[in-house]
Design a protein around this ligand. Sequence first.
Ligand SMILES: Nc1nc2c(c(=O)[nH]1)N[C@H]1C(S)=C(S)[C@@H](COP(=O)(O)OP(=O)(O)OC[C@H]3O[C@@H](n4cnc5c(=O)[nH]c(N)nc54)[C@H](O)[C@@H]3O)O[C@H]1N2
Ligand SMILES: Nc1nc2c(c(=O)[nH]1)N[C@H]1C(S)=C(S)[C@@H](COP(=O)(O)OP(=O)(O)OC[C@H]3O[C@@H](n4cnc5c(=O)[nH]c(N)nc54)[C@H](O)[C@@H]3O)O[C@H]1N2
Ligand SMILES: [Mo]
Length: 870
Amino acid sequence: MGNNVTGKPIIKGLGFDSFGLGSNACTVDIDEENDKILRIRPFHFDEHYTPEDLNAWKIEARGQTFEPGFKTLMSPLSLCYKKRVYSKNRIPYPLKRVDWDPEGNRHPETRGSSGYERISWDEASEIVAKEIKRIHDEYGPYSILCEVDGHGETKVVHAAHGCVTKMLELCGGFTLQSRQPDSWEGWYWGAKHIWGMDPLGQQSFQNNVIKDIAENGDAVLFWGCDVETTPLGWGGYMASRLCFWFTDLGIKQIHISPDVNYTNAVHADKWIPVLPNTDAALQLAIAYTWITEGTYDQEYLDTHAVGFDHFRYYVLGGEDGVPKTPKWAEKICGVPSYTIKAFARYWAKHAVSIAHCNGGSYIRSCFAHEPARLEVALLGMQGVGKPGANQFKFMEWTLFGIPTVTPLPPSTAIPSIGAAYRGWVTGTVPSFIPKTMIPEAITNPPVQWYGHIGAGFPREDQFTGPFTFPLEGNDRLHMVWSDSPCWETCWNGGNAMQDALRHESIECIVVQHPWMENDCYFADIILPTNTKFETADIGTDNDSGQWNVIFYEEQAIKPVGESKSDKEAVAEVARALEKFGGAYEDLYNRYLGGKTDEEWIEVGFKTSGVPEDLEYDEFKEKGYYPFPTREDWKEIPAGLREFYEDPEGHPLRTPTGKLEYYSTGLAATFPDDEERPPVPHWIDQSPLHQERQYLERGRQYPFLLVSNHPHFRVHAQHDDVTWLREIETCKVTGPDGYKYEPIWVNPIDAGKLGLKSGDIAKIYNERGGVLGGVIVSERIIPGAIYQDHGARVDSIVMGEGGLDRGGANNLIAPIPTTSKNTVGEVTSGFLVNIEKVDVFALAEEYPEAFGRDYDPDCGLVATARIVEGA
Ligand SMILES: Nc1nc2c(c(=O)[nH]1)N[C@H]1C(S)=C(S)[C@@H](COP(=O)(O)OP(=O)(O)OC[C@H]3O[C@@H](n4cnc5c(=O)[nH]c(N)nc54)[C@H](O)[C@@H]3O)O[C@H]1N2
Ligand SMILES: Nc1nc2c(c(=O)[nH]1)N[C@H]1C(S)=C(S)[C@@H](COP(=O)(O)OP(=O)(O)OC[C@H]3O[C@@H](n4cnc5c(=O)[nH]c(N)nc54)[C@H](O)[C@@H]3O)O[C@H]1N2
Ligand SMILES: [Mo]
């Protein structure tokens, strides 16, 4: 393949993207020999282009300079990616669940525990085509659920996700699992109502924010932000470099989080430990301090905000008789009142910006809209948009918020790539279900909610509805097709999903995936797909933070096993459907759009905004094209500066154009919503959520679980990487040799509980339990325990009340959504208890679960389930 032919390394973009745009990647070089990947290494931009060609950008401040490098700052998660390609967990050939008989008994109840037999691609596509046809005839197309929204490898022509929707769209339709804005729930459901911005926090106004901080900032608050972890799955180490530079410039870095995360440990000048999902109390006490001490900007509020009086009234206790004092907050959030006051006073006196990657658990917990709104409320009280005072996103899309890379706005993908073939269905479809409501929609339809809920919809969309599934006159769900089979370990209340996938109404489950894991075990038919190393494609890197670049991705190796790309796997089924004629006629060609892969790649190139005089052949020969920095980049106003200087001329996208401390939209549409009232509040509980330690339920489950984005994984991905698993803090080896997912416990709690490092413990609540290996550490605040999210499910007992060996704590996350009129996920900051377990006793009780084909270096391996034809 590539290397042998051209003698050059092969260019790829490594990262993950939810929208089939091919973006969110870091460019890398791959060395390949004899159809084997030897190594993955940083990519150099300067092979064909000089800094002058690129009009290299440079930030100068306080006598120091920050410049982009000319090789990518790739992360370990990219470096190790060949281990994913050659994982022992790759699905080798198409599989059928042994006790699923489409002509006879389908045994939905044994999904999750059955074995699999090898079948051919022809058999697999025949069976699936027949099932689609049958479901269409018996129930109609909306009885097929498409789960196609996970992060996927950044592929464009061979899109990781959504290919099946492209095919089904051409022969009748489908029901879409609609992904809610999971990364930024609080910003979407809350902050948008105070400053109108979309889709995340201050996303729309990131230009030159870093430059502004470098020139004018005194401090940056890292409010639930770990740049030494979360940019790694996407761009790499640019954010890390910037934090070191901030230190050089004397810019203070203050961290507010329950844990000493990987950034905090290296860069923090101060750590303010806070209990999970109690930030709203801390924020209200800061507002109280500023109001009572007169240290906020009333003049700014007079011209830039509406409804501040309502907020002030609430903060001072007018509404509920409870002034939101630092003493009041201390009991809830665990931050001493003197720290709150000192911090509030420091903030009021200095130019302070807030950094997020996305926000951490308070942004994905119950009532997450409140702390998100309160953050904007605080920013407004200190004149957001003034020099050195903005909010910014320290990761992907806008990594550096410098318009040094074209095209503008700098935060968007190179637009064109969307024009190449890809399966993702944009816009709205008639029949859809919020992802958070899938288990309920399967087992207990109809379900209802407000809004289309997709990231990017305008604020008012949250007020449309209610929508219902199933649509009037249509049947419930009977078939599921998933190309992102990790619902259980990534969404809310995974145990309920395990029950739903075994529900008698579901007659057929098809999964297409490269690896045998998580929801794959519930599939009746499994189609093996492949990684981007095994196909040619086009890609972009507009994330890693130095240069925007578009590149041609040569095929590096032959497909592993019998795998096909996701696009090709669906094409096989399209071809098998053709024999039914009618709506299925010529489906294969229609699905592929009448172009070869190479022609689609060229479409992507032509529409990518590259200069007119750049020929496709030249691009292919060089392999890449980096976009030069805009000439006028320094003149572009920083962050919200224009709104700050001229609120009338540069209004926000709220109904009044101002910061709405009293949301007129919420007041008009949901006047009785006590969980998301017009003025941001501290919300204790609701009929569906009792997740506070001081409530009755807190006695039974006294700890708040922090379930961060994994340092050593990207969600459900990378859990099988040998190089990572050998790192001591990545997994804890149990006495039985199994590598358990770590659980951090504070020494004070560990003492009380009789836990020590290396113990295997169970985290549990009424929804079930998951195991993990204890690490006793002061890096976690007492009262909270920490276990990363996304570990691979390894069920001991399935379903509600179940037990998981893998440590996939989403299985026991709350099932209800953010609040009654919002369908966000609640996946962190919820109550649990913890106790030590004896793994040998468990092994005796559950010999099947403890006897699975397991390799400590990889975890469960594909053969663990293949019983015939292996
Ligand atoms: N507890 C807890 N839960 C959380 C969060 C949290 O902070 N805590 N965060 C939430 C957030 S922000 C997110 S974004 C979600 C992430 O949730 P998801 O996006 O659902 O998870 P991923 O593991 O990123 O990827 C989805 C699936 O795509 C697969 N995949 C990757 N490449 C390909 C490909 O080329 N083809 C096919 N067919 N499949 C591919 C992966 O193997 C995986 O199974 O999790 C959410 N859940
Ligand atoms: N390595 C890696 N990188 C990733 C991902 C991944 O899975 N792995 N996922 C990607 C995706 S899809 C997303 S959305 C982003 C997520 O980016 P973020 O939302 O920023 O990530 P989190 O890990 O959820 O939270 C960041 C930090 O918030 C702190 N925190 C947790 N709970 C609380 C709380 O209640 N209050 C406060 N104040 N702080 C808290 C913790 O210190 C945590 O390290 O990361 C992306 N990058
Ligand atoms: Mo996310």
